[in-house]
Design a binder for this molecule. Structure first.
Ligand code: NI
Length: 495
């Protein structure tokens, strides 16, 4: 999303004379004022994905212990998108062209005092072209209530004025007919509102909402002086916390909860948000530090080696996996997404400290084959940086999301690690099935694909390790399996 944020944002804004006398906007700042993810353990990431023949899905969204209505609203938002996407694409005959993709990511806007705000971003690729949409979700921790973007404003009159300003702005910038139907007075048209650090209000529209796709994201800024009379009490509190954060988010009652959010009722076997995430663990990371990459002294030309790989984390369930692996003194390879590394740097650091190998799986888990060379580079570079910042180690391996790669990906210069055993753990969330498949399909020299974002896959690991031990397999990181000295850009499936 980093690259998308930097994407074309239309022209400069101009003063508007709409329905207020105050100057509206002259600020060219149009990026949402995102903040770094809070790292205290109340803030969790829920990640999920699927890799079917007709659709590719990856979603990540926040879960904040103690903010139940917020969690429900965000989970419901993502679930509704998934259902809609699945209905359209799951089960279609493979089209032979590009595979449709849904990618949901998020950033925090504010998490301070008694207000919380996130911005959800959805990229949907329909097989020919893609578009991105955004919406903001707020939480009033004083009242324990979730608030929509429009609740930053104080009623109908303020909303009407905002709409008028937007119409003038779009007209001045030459977007669409006037009035622009995509910016009409419907609440759904104004579902992404955020404050800048100076108190101005950022208003943003989805791709295709108010302009043609080629215009990219359209956003504009309304000056604080203009916005001031429009704000609700809640809006004022959010604005104040963005401009001058109190510090940590204060939730009314924040007992660490292990209660599961509502389970999904989606009938498809495709991706559904997991019913639960692992509770934040307070177990310290393993403190016995084996020599980094302790599998390195294993010669897989002689020994029967296999490599276990874990994609898409780190999330809370990764901690549990690390504990299992530490107990058995087994080293594996992780392919984390950069966004999750930024949100859970401690988990990534614990993995490296325990001797595991950590690769690169892009920042937002995007299908790179439908992105521009610039976005490909940005997705890969930002993940290198995130892993380096969290762990001190720069990845030397890459795995393309969905295994989808091309020459631009290869040109980045990291060896590309695919897999030869895929138990489809995203499809069957059942530890026994996952373990059975892995044990049935794995021979010496193979690379096994698993996902540490699925608690059921973590549950399968003890049985998998037992089965491997019975067959005399030694589990090693991928680089050890392949004997080191990998070729930049080359694709590896197994030893
Ligand atoms: Ni993945």
């Amino acid at each position: 999303m980093i690259a998308l944020l930097a994407a074309a944002c239309g022209g400069t804004t101009t003063p508007s004379t709409a329905t207020t006398s105050a100057p509206t906007t002259t600020t060219p700042v149009e990026s949402a004022p995102l903040i770094a993810a809070p790292t205290d353990e109340r803030f969790e990431v829920v990640a999920d994905g699927s890799n079917g023949p007709t659709a590719r899905v990856f979603v990540s969204y926040p879960r904040v212990a103690g903010a139940d209505s917020f969690n429900d609203a965000v989970g419901e938002d993502v679930r509704a998108q998934l259902d809609e996407f699945n209905e359209l694409y799951i089960g279609d005959e493979p089209g032979g062209v590009a595979i449709p993709e849904l990618n949901v990511s998020f950033d925090y806007l504010v998490a301070s005092g008694d207000v919380l705000g996130v911005r959800l971003e959805s990229y949907e690729f329909a097989g020919a072209s893609g578009g991105t949409s955004w919406r903001t979700v707020y939480y009033d921790a004083r009242e324990g209530l979730v608030r929509s973007a429009i609740e930053l404003l104080t009623g109908e009159a303020a909303f009407t004025e905002l709409v008028a300003v937007a119409q003038t702005e779009l007209s001045d910038r030459g977007f669409g007919p006037s009035p622009n139907p995509g910016a009409g007075a419907a609440v759904r048209n104004y579902d992404s509102l955020a404050f800048l650090a100076n108190g101005d209000l950022l208003v943003e529209f989805d791709d295709y909402q108010v302009a043609s796709g080629g215009d990219g994201r359209v956003a504009f800024v309304v000056e604080a002086a203009t916005v001031d009379p429009w704000l609700s009490d809640f809006g004022r509190r959010v604005q104040a916390q963005v401009m001058s954060p109190d510090g940590a988010l204060t939730l009314p009652t924040a007992p660490p909860t292990t209660a599961a959010p509502p389970t999904t009722t989606s009938p498809t076997p495709a991706t559904t948000p997991p019913a639960t995430t692992d509770a934040p663990t307070t177990d310290p990371p393993p403190t016995t530090i084996p020599a980094p990459g302790s599998g390195e002294d294993v010669d897989c030309a002689i020994v029967a080696c296999v490599a276990l790989t874990f994609d898409d984390g780190p999330v809370a369930s990764t901690n549990r996996l690390l504990a299992i692996l530490a107990e058995r003194n087994v080293q594996v390879t992780f392919f984390p997404v950069g966004s999750n590394v930024e949100r859970n740097p401690d988990i990534a650091a614990a993995a490296v400290a325990a001797g595991h190998e950590v690769g690169n799986h892009t920042f937002d888990h995007v299908d790179l084959t439908t992105r521009s060379p610039d976005i490909i580079r940005e997705q890969m570079q930002s993940t290198q940086a995130a892993v380096r910042a969290a762990t001190g180690v720069t990845p030397t391996l890459f795995r393309a999301p969905y295994g989808a790669t091309n020459g631009d990906v290869a040109a980045f210069g990291l060896p590309q690690i695919m897999w030869s055993v895929d138990p489809e753990d995203w499809k069957d969330r059942d530890a026994d099935i996952v373990a059975q498949r892995v044990l049935a399909e794995t021979d010496a020299g193979e690379i096994v694909l698993l996902h540490d974002i699925h608690p059921t896959s973590v549950d399968a690991i003890p049985a998998i390790l037992d089965g491997f031990a019975e067959r005399g397999f030694t589990v090693v990181p991928v680089t050890t399996l392949l004997g080191g000295d990998l070729t930049p850009g080359e694709v590896y499936y197994r030893r």
